[in-house]
Design a protein around this ligand. Structure first.
Ligand code: ITT
Length: 192
């Protein structure tokens, strides 16, 4: 029988991606599948804290195995901002977030940055974390129209294109989220 695990996200894209690669032994349930329409709190000041907060909420309320993720952009010259505030950096969506980032970096000599994802898993009452990082540079202007968030400004090390100039398969192979997800899947498969 397949083991059921809830992925505590409302992001359909994330859910489909992981369901495709998780293999036959696990069934990934969405919040919708368990009829959870709650606004799950995400008030911690670290990715680890937010990911655990979301997974623990579901585990406590529904008694189910569960995982959740949190990610964002960490910029070296800005003391790792916007970090957990990546989605709400400017208060006005992705375009304004990118404008603000370009403005903040105007006079800085370093444009080094990384995307980081942390997944928190609660499986049989045990908590595990999986982290994925991709390092790169913030460019001075936008390139490409794929992806979301800060993708048009982020060029991963070793590539000449930004994330927004890559197709999703290519991005998933090297992205923070892709790496953390692979580690989660390896772990789940080791627990069969
Ligand atoms: P949830 O509902 O699952 O929380 P979300 O859109 O808030 O989805 P994340 O927590 O993974 O997604 O990411 C928070 C923000 O960090 C996101 O809104 C973007 O601004 C930025 N971000 C994260 N991953 C990114 C990526 O792969 N490319 C560009 N921006 C990203």
């Amino acid at each position: 029988m397949k083991k059921k695990i809830v992925f505590a996200t409302n992001n359909k894209h994330k859910l489909e991606e992981i369901s495709q690669i998780v293999g036959d032994h696990f069934e990934i349930l969405s919040l919708k599948d368990i009829q959870c329409e709650d606004e799950i709190p995400e008030t911690a000041d670290t990715f680890e804290g937010n990911a655990l907060q979301k997974a623990a909420y579901i585990h406590e309320k529904y008694g189910m195995d569960c995982f959740a993720d949190d990610s964002g952009l960490e910029v070296e010259a800005l003391n790792n901002a916007p970090g957990v505030f990546s989605a709400r950096y400017s208060g006005g969506g992705s375009e304004k977030n990118m404008d603000k980032l370009l403005d903040e970096l105007k006079d800085k000599s370093s444009r080094r940055a990384q995307f980081r994802t942390v997944i928190a898993l609660i499986l049989e009452d045990e908590v595990s974390y999986f982290e994925g990082i991709v390092k790169g540079e913030i460019l001075e202007s936008r390139h490409g129209s794929e992806g979301f968030g800060y993708d048009p400004l982020f060029r991963p090390d070793g590539y000449s294109e930004t994330f927004a100039e890559m197709d999703s398969a290519q991005k998933n192979k090297i992205s923070h989220r892709g790496k953390a997800t692979q580690l989660l899947i390896q772990y789940l498969n080791s627990r069969i």
